[in-house]
Write a protein that binds this ligand. Structure first.
Ligand code: SF4
Length: 356
């Protein structure tokens, strides 16, 4: 076996962190402990989203709901509305659920225990470890994509990510110190975000350069090996744009569970693999009306599939009556609704057909 050479030390990383830590809206000042509520909120927002995108949302949330009890007392619709643009609305619904459990059952305090944190709604293994480390300074092993990349390079672990995951975790665990584990966790994340970047790592600025096997072997940038990207499936749907004489349009709320759960939408057919003909789609129309297809279509890419929605307009104005299964809103009032991005695109197409 080759001589493994010098080993990376947590102390070197902590010293680097003290000089180079990022200033982030949810972070405590150097030497201070971050509030669990702020750590939890930021970590849920950061799932699948970038630090730059989350900043304004985080500030708006803590200004409006400064404590977990305030968030728990907020109507879900207010929260969903404030969440618009962050995507993955199941997270927002879990955020609300979790706030209610913490406020209602735990006296407004997040537990200082990784296993107990994990039992809360919407908190998975990574988030529980991040809160335990950052908010409570517990030596939890925090492993996100940044940490995985740094570990793969430091120890030159080659192979598909799924195969080497346990080894990446074991290395991360072995390096996690008992002293300042919260700063250490944030330090590794910062290193991955700013120095050990996916492309062109800046090894000359890295506190672990002398111990990095990937750098010494000249393969750092190729690690971790990228998986071949699976093709994203395509889905199709037809949206029904039902207009009333006063200009109001029919909307309904999506089921609580599942994609875009609890958000508002314009009624549509199910989203399936094969494109729809208008004749087929009619069977799913929310009300009796004559429908005509609009030119153009809306395209939206979700994590697990790409969606193409065409739009059918009601030809005659629908009589003014309440839908049994929906609400009528005028376009100027859409801004107050929790409308996901894909439905905003539908509205743009239906209201300005020439843009399609
Ligand atoms: Fe990443 Fe380079 Fe540091 Fe290795 S030396 S951990 S590749 S930045």
């Amino acid at each position: 076996m080759n001589d493994p050479g010098p080993r990376p030390e947590a102390g070197a990383l902590l010293a680097w962190y003290d000089r180079n830590r990022r200033t982030l809206p949810w972070r405590a000042a150097p030497g201070a402990r971050a509030e669990p509520y702020r750590v939890w909120l930021s970590e849920i927002m950061l799932q699948q989203t970038t630090v730059a995108a989350v900043g304004p949302y985080f500030r708006a949330f803590v200004a409006r709901w400064p404590r977990v009890d305030d968030l728990a007392a907020a109507p879900l619709d207010d929260l969903l509305h404030a969440w618009q643009g962050l995507g993955y609305y199941a997270r927002a619904r879990n955020l609300h659920r979790c706030a209610r459990v913490v406020a209602g059952e735990l006296g407004g305090r997040f537990p200082a225990d990784e296993a107990a944190l994990r039992r809360l709604p919407g908190i998975g293994a990574y988030t529980a470890a991040a809160i335990a480390a950052i908010a409570f300074d517990l030596p939890a092993v925090v492993v996100d994509g940044n940490v995985e990349r740094v570990m793969a390079r430091l120890f030159a672990l080659d192979g598909p990510r799924a195969t080497i995951k346990p080894a990446l975790r074991a290395r991360a665990a072995a390096l996690t110190p008992d002293r300042r584990p919260g700063d250490y966790a944030q330090g590794v994340m910062d290193l991955g975000a700013t120095v050990c970047a996916p492309r062109a790592p800046a090894c000359d600025r890295c506190p672990w350069a002398g111990a990095c096997r990937g750098r010494m072997l000249g393969i750092a940038e190729t690690l971790p090996r990228r998986a071949a990207r699976a093709r994203r499936p395509e889905r199709h749907g037809v949206v029904f744009w039902a207009r009333r004489g006063d200009g109001a349009v029919l909307l309904r709320r999506r089921a609580e569970n599942g994609l875009l759960g609890g958000m508002m939408e314009f009624p549509s057919t199910p989203w399936r693999e094969a494109p729809w003909t208008l004749d087929e789609a009619r069977a799913h129309a929310p009300i009796e009306a004559r429908w005509r297809p609009l030119d153009g279509a809306v395209r939206h890419v979700f994590t697990h599939f790409a969606l193409t929605l065409s739009v059918a307009l009601s030809v005659d104005e629908v009589p003014a009556r309440d839908g049994s299964d929906g609400v009528w809103r005028r376009p100027e009032d859409f801004a107050a609704l929790a409308l996901p991005t894909v439905m905003k695109k539908v509205a743009r197409l239906a209201l300005n057909p020439s843009e399609g």
